[in-house]
Design a protein around this ligand. Structure first.
Ligand SMILES: *Cc1c(COP(=O)(O)O)cnc(C)c1O
Length: 419
């Protein structure tokens, strides 16, 4: 492979998604040049249309007040429904299986209220040992809430390894599945970027009688997911990472169709999950909407949903198939450059097999001076992400990152490592 910027530009020239970069605001450095933004796994960039979509709702609020619920250009009452079809496509689900509501950690709790039903014999929750802190806090607090503080079971990499082996996950479920009430896995893992075979985990878990939930904070808008076919019970994700919907934006949920009409499942309820025909009657017994919508509590923040709509309209135009194809190429290019130019300095802890990762590569510097180098590349315009103790996460997002971004990043990293 040619290690030149000219070659990177040649690859950009052939990129069928090239024009989509222009649809985003790329943050500028003080010198006026664009940042090399490789942090879409923390906060995705802003589509240029977001302002237009939000302004529409602000204008309609100004013009109509409360009447906007029915008379806004996009009436607010059913606004969350406008997101369902595209969101369902993004995660490989049926529209009845998804809803956009609340935020991720809140949704994990609400979904555990339904799907974590511990008994004396079966009360444990299985998570990755390096699960995202919020997920861990949520799970630990659920265990304590139900009086089973000792119920945390962790999937740990083997001594001296950083990734989980599929065989070990299977063995754990096989060995302890009878005591496990819920399996909750992040896919991909936020730290290592490792993707798990969620269909296989669901199959094994269900065979043992466990519920299976997936945190897709790093998966939604990144991987080509098939949630319906995977048979998992539920999933939750945020929309501010790869889904580019703005800081703290409202999250997404998946509840498998087989639970759509399971009205006897316990749940924490609110009026927005109640039958739409009688919602404003205000006197009826709670009568949930079939499907994921029936788990809603509050009427949602329309300004945030408008930003999500702006972004999903772009995803709808591209499609996850095409997006994922570019993503595999772009991340493969990053991997190759690192291997060719920095093999002895940089270790990639993310799996080598593209099937077992999304766009992110997690890098460890052999020298151990990770933090200093991270600061140095930041000064030079690279926006990436540092995770203690020793990982730089690099996530080229295929919607707006270019091969040139990737080349520039590796060049800057190389120069700083040589200092
Ligand atoms: C980003 C992220 C979160 C953040 O949760 P919020 O409730 O949206 O603040 C939680 N879990 C994982 C795995 C994440 O990557």
């Amino acid at each position: 492979m040619k290690q030149t910027v000219a070659y990177a530009k040649e690859l950009d020239g052939k990129d069928e998604l090239k024009k989509f970069r222009d649809k985003f605001h790329i943050p500028l450095q003080e010198n006026g040049e664009e940042h090399i933004y490789l942090c879409g796994n923390s906060l995705g960039l802003q589509p240029k249309t977001t302002k237009v979509y939000i302004k529409q709702e602000l204008d309609d609020w100004a013009a109509y007040g409360v009447e906007g619920h029915l008379h806004a250009k996009n009436p607010w009452l059913p606004y969350h429904e406008y997101l369902n079809d595209t969101m369902a496509k993004v995660v490989g689900a049926k529209p009845i299986e998804v809803v956009v509501m609340n935020t991720l950690s809140v949704n994990l709790h609400l979904l555990m209220a339904t799907f974590y039903r511990p008994t004396k014999e079966r009360y444990k929750i299985l998570i990755e040992s390096d699960a995202f802190p919020s997920d861990r806090y949520a799970v630990e607090s659920q265990l304590k809430f139900h009086g089973y503080a000792d119920g945390l079971v962790e999937l740990k990499p083997r001594e001296g390894e950083t990734l989980l082996r599929h065989d070990d996950i299977e063995a754990k479920i096989e060995a302890q599945g009878d005591e496990i009430a819920l399996i909750l896995i992040g896919c991909p893992n936020y730290y290592t970027g490792q993707v798990f075979n969620i269909k296989r985990i669901a199959e094994l878990g269900h065979k043992k009688g466990c519920m299976v939930g997936i945190d897709l904070a790093h998966g939604a808008g990144n991987l080509k997911l098939e949630l319906h076919d995977s048979e998992i019970d539920f999933a939750a994700w945020c929309t501010y990472k790869y889904l580019n919907s703005g800081p703290g934006s409202v999250g997404g949920c998946f509840i498998h169709e087989r639970h759509a009409k399971a009205y006897d499942l316990p749940r924490f309820a609110g009026w927005w999950g109640h039958d739409k025909e009688t919602r404003f009657g205000m006197r009826d017994d709670f009568n949930p909407i079939p499907g994921a919508e029936g788990w809603q509590l509050s009427n949602p923040p329309i300004l945030s949903l408008a930003a999500i709509k702006a972004s999903l309209d772009i995803f709808g135009e591209v499609g996850m198939e095409v997006l994922r194809k570019k993503s595999v190429e772009l991340t493969g290019y990053l991997e190759n450059l690192l291997k060719e130019l920095l093999a002895s300095e940089v270790e990639i802890i993310t799996p080598k097999n593209p099937e077992e990762r999304g766009c992110q590569l997690s890098l460890q510097l052999v020298s151990g001076y990770g933090k200093q180098v991270f600061k140095a590349i930041t000064k030079r315009g690279v926006i990436a992400d540092w995770r203690e103790p020793n990982v730089i996460r690099i996530a080229p997002a295929p919607l707006y990152n270019s091969f040139e971004d990737v080349f520039k990043f590796v060049s800057i990293l190389k120069e700083e490592l040589q200092k």
